[in-house]
Design a protein around this ligand. Structure first.
Ligand SMILES: *Cc1c(COP(=O)(O)O)cnc(C)c1O
Length: 428
């Protein structure tokens, strides 16, 4: 394979997406160039008409970014990927590519905060309405939330902050029955631990800022197209009718099963512009080279820390999908057999003040508004990210005053456990 994609995941992580010819740079070069040189105007005309493949302007595509896209596409098993400036832009474009004013989506209610406000506030201003469903609802209840204008169903592999695991089978059945794509945010699980396309998803997105980068250096997002949805089913005229901004090209006809990802690039990325910088793509790609190793260690450490905290006298409760006490334990066993990633939440005895003091007491783990870093980090949502909400609103979003969210890093687990034990013991 030209791009080293015909291997197992660990090999794709290390070598996928870039395969230099004899004499070329061994390491993916940073093509820090906005533009590309051509010999003949007809070549450029063919690019503009989407009749030839090639780079034209780095808002639309760039060789460094393209190699990173190929790697993630290979890891997810898709037909094409589009790297974007942030996870937020990936979520936004994944929806805008199939919805316009008057359309509707159904989303699991247990979403990342930024996605929740995008759906509830900004998409609403665009005229796209959203029904949030409790992910524990039955197939019938979720189906009943769909209407004639529904154009997508959206969920996250691992929900936030409850860490509930998406019931892919149930949601994908509803999407099939409704005739709309099932879009899954796979950020917390990563393509190493879970491939939503194998479980009925049609489109997968990531905030690559998190585990794929893995070192808290670069913002990024990506959309992967499964190539497994029929855009000619009558609900998606933008895929079947001529696009006048490209001399009347019809995406579904011309690009077949890659219609979704081509359209997202040449319409939405062209017009809205949230592209990945080549330098960030280089760093994201470097991070992805060790994704397989890090996810194994993140998952191992999180489970060990969870088992330790469950027995601690200063701890009210622990939430981790692969602990038998978790509501999603069976779904986690089914969909995350290799591990349940590095996010864990627990309740510290003594409420809000104890939560703050616990964080002050930590020495190794640090307070940051981020997750997925190689370093162990913590946050106390009630006093930080969710402090604008009153207690009732906090509770309905799953945030209790005692909740501490940990992004368990890849340090030595003995040191992590010692840090948490000492910080908890110092509470009075
Ligand atoms: C962080 C995150 C996002 C948003 O990504 P950014 O890169 O911060 O824009 C979306 N979904 C999930 C699940 C996230 O964790």
């Amino acid at each position: 394979m030209a791009n080293n994609l015909n291997f197992n995941k660990g090999t794709i992580c290390v070598q996928g997406g870039y395969n230099p010819k004899s004499g070329e740079a061994r390491i993916l070069p940073i093509y820090q160039s906005t533009t590309y040189k051509y010999d003949d105007p007809d070549e450029v005309a063919a690019l503009f008409d989407l009749k030839a493949e090639g780079h034209m302007y780095s808002r639309i595509s760039n060789p460094t970014v393209a190699a990173f896209e190929e790697k993630i596409n290979g890891l997810e098993g898709g037909v094409g990927a589009l790297s974007l400036a942030s996870g937020q832009s990936a979520v936004a474009l994944s929806i805008l590519n199939v919805c316009k004013n008057g359309d509707h989506i159904v989303a699991a209610s247990t979403l990342y905060g930024g996605t929740f406000s995008l759906f509830s506030t900004t998409l609403k201003r665009f005229g796209i309405s959203v029904t949030f469903v409790n992910p524990d609802s039955s197939e019938k209840e979720i189906f009943n939330c769909c209407n004639d204008n529904t154009r997508a169903i959206f969920g996250e592999t691992i929900g936030n902050p409850g860490l509930n695991i998406l019931d892919f089978e149930k949601f994908s059945k509803v999407a099939k029955k409704t005739g709309v794509p099932f879009i899954v945010d796979n950020t917390l699980a990563t393509p190493y631990l879970c491939n939503p396309l194998k479980h009925g998803a049609n489109i997968v997105i990531h905030s690559t800022t998190k585990y794929i980068d893995g070192h808290a250096t670069s913002l990024g997002g990506i959309i992967v197209d499964g190539g497994n949805f029929d855009w000619k089913n009558g609900k998606y005229p933008d895929f079947t009718e001529p696009d006048l901004s490209y001399h009347g090209i019809k995406y579904a006809e011309t690009f077949q099963n890659a219609a979704y990802i081509v359209k997202a690039r040449v319409q939405l990325l062209r017009d809205l512009g949230p592209c990945t910088s080549p330098f960030n793509a280089f760093l994201l790609n470097l991070g992805a080279e060790t994704l397989h190793l890090r996810m194994e260690r993140h998952s191992y450490n999180a489970l060990k820390l969870g088992e330790f905290l469950e027995k601690h006298e200063k701890v009210n409760w622990v939430n981790y999908p692969l602990l038998e006490s978790h509501d999603s334990y069976l779904l986690a066993k089914k969909y995350l057999p290799k591990g349940a990633s590095g996010i864990l939440t627990f309740g510290v005895k003594g409420g809000i003040e104890a939560g703050k003091q616990f964080i002050r007491n930590l020495k190794l783990a640090t307070l940051v508004v981020h997750l997925g870093d190689a370093r162990t980090t913590v946050i106390h949502p009630a006093s930080t990210t969710h402090r604008q909400l009153n207690e009732e609103e906090q509770l309905s979003s799953g945030v209790t005053s005692d909740l501490i969210r940990i992004s368990v890093g890849i340090e030595d687990i003995e040191d992590i456990i010692k840090d948490f034990d000492e910080a908890l013991k110092k509470l009075d």
